[in-house]
Design a protein. Structure first.
Length: 401
């Protein structure tokens, strides 16, 4: 009986992860996708209400997670001061999907094997996302990925991971996962090169920044025996593709040209870095004290929640967006959660492979939050963050020992 129950729970768990990783299908194949999503959402909720567990707020991290969920009600209320029911119905599911995933993970995960299997599913879909960029560069846009634009005369493609900016923002996490998760040298080399090149082909400045972050991680953090030889081989693979594949040469030239080194223009890498870090705080000074303190509700998330530009303005910065969404309350709450999470991971990472992996993936994620609004709510970019929260809580409860 217990075995059947465990198999059923695993079925719910892995099915939900697959649904999250295939959310790109929600537009073109919504007739198929949404019935499955709603079915598993209701079934998971029913199972949790019948047999589920709720963690107690008996330490600082758990207390702030509880506060985060309470603030969801506050954010919903603030939404109606500046928006309407239509705004709420469009944005609320996008805000709720990953916090709900955290609840499902907490109730359905009981051992490290499940964490490893979830990471494998995430990793496989990350590879698929990279391949989807290559496919579009050579053969044109995929019908079910509707989000694409133009940069420097070339088509800029989204991936199966999400919108135009998602793959670039997650590239650093993918590279860290590759270095730590893949054991075979040649498989590691191929996949690392695959992600690094795809990050550049996405024509995203954050993609190139994350390639640099992933490389620096490999050089200075890992104890990988042949890491310098590995980097040379990766560069060799990319250079060979650059010189012998015209499409890749065209996109790589455009990617580096878009950085516009030495220019102080707003669109240059210097201008964008300054804007996304300091512009967020400038935006807060434009708002009234009331709006800065209390936020705009869901309208503060704008594009991250599928809403058009509005009264809130955009910060292109996750930390600035926290102010825009839930005011100083959400900002302090999320910063506290991140601080506690990283502190707990740091304590146990020395002799714990998963804690080590989660720590460095989250470190890359935190850096990206200064350049990427919606990072904590988008399934691909925030997946490791929410999963690692569950891991730390389970370790504290000694369920995984």
């Amino acid at each position: 009986m217990v075995l059947k129950q465990n198999n059923f729970i695993n079925f719910l768990l892995y099915s939900w992860v697959i649904l999250l990783m295939t959310q790109v299908l929600r537009i073109e194949y919504k007739i198929i996708y949404f019935p499955f999503l709603i079915f598993f959402l209701l079934l998971n909720t029913f199972v949790i209400f019948r047999n589920g567990l709720i963690f107690k707020a008996n330490d600082y991290l758990k207390l702030h997670i509880w506060i985060f969920f309470i603030l969801i009600f506050y954010i919903c209320g603030m939404t109606f001061f500046y928006g309407n029911l239509n705004d709420f119905l469009k944005a609320f599911p996008r805000m709720l999907i990953m916090p709900l995933t955290f609840i499902f993970f907490y109730n359905f995960i009981f051992n490290k094997l499940q964490f490893n299997k979830i990471l494998k599913i995430y990793f496989i879909f990350s590879i698929i996302a990279a391949l989807s960029i290559y496919y579009q560069v050579f053969f044109g846009p995929l019908d079910f990925i509707v989000d694409h634009s133009e940069r420097l005369g070339l088509e800029r493609y989204a991936s199966t991971a999400g919108s135009l900016t998602v793959f670039g923002g997650a590239t650093g996490i993918f590279l860290v996962l590759t270095v730590l998760f893949v054991k075979n040298y040649y498989t590691k080399l191929i996949i690392f090169s695959l992600f690094a090149l795809a990050g550049a082909l996405s024509l995203s400045k954050s993609g190139l920044m994350n390639v640099l972050l992933g490389t620096l991680f490999l050089i200075f953090i890992t104890k990988f025996k042949y890491k310098f030889f590995f980097i040379i081989n990766s560069l060799l693979v990319i250079f060979l593709l650059y010189f012998f594949v015209p499409e890749i040469q065209l996109y790589l030239d455009a990617a580096f040209k878009a950085l516009d080194f030495g220019s102080g223009e707003h669109t240059s890498i210097r201008g964008q870095t300054s804007f996304r870090i300091f512009g967020a705080f400038h935006q807060l000074t434009v708002d009234s004290i009331f709006e800065t303190f209390f936020g705009y509700g869901l309208l503060g998330g704008q594009g991250a929640f599928g809403l058009p530009a509005s009264i809130a303005g955009t910060t292109h910065n996750q930390f600035g967006d926290l102010f825009q969404i839930g005011g100083i309350f959400l900002f302090l709450n999320v910063v506290s959660i991140i601080f506690c999470l990283m502190l707990e991971l740091k304590k146990i990472m020395k002799n714990d492979f998963l804690a080590n992996l989660f720590f460095y993936c989250n470190l890359i994620g935190i850096i990206n939050m200064f350049f990427f609004n919606g990072f904590l709510y988008q399934p691909t970019t925030s997946f490791i963050f929410w999963l690692s929260l569950v891991y730390v809580i389970k370790k504290q409860e000694k369920i995984l020992d």
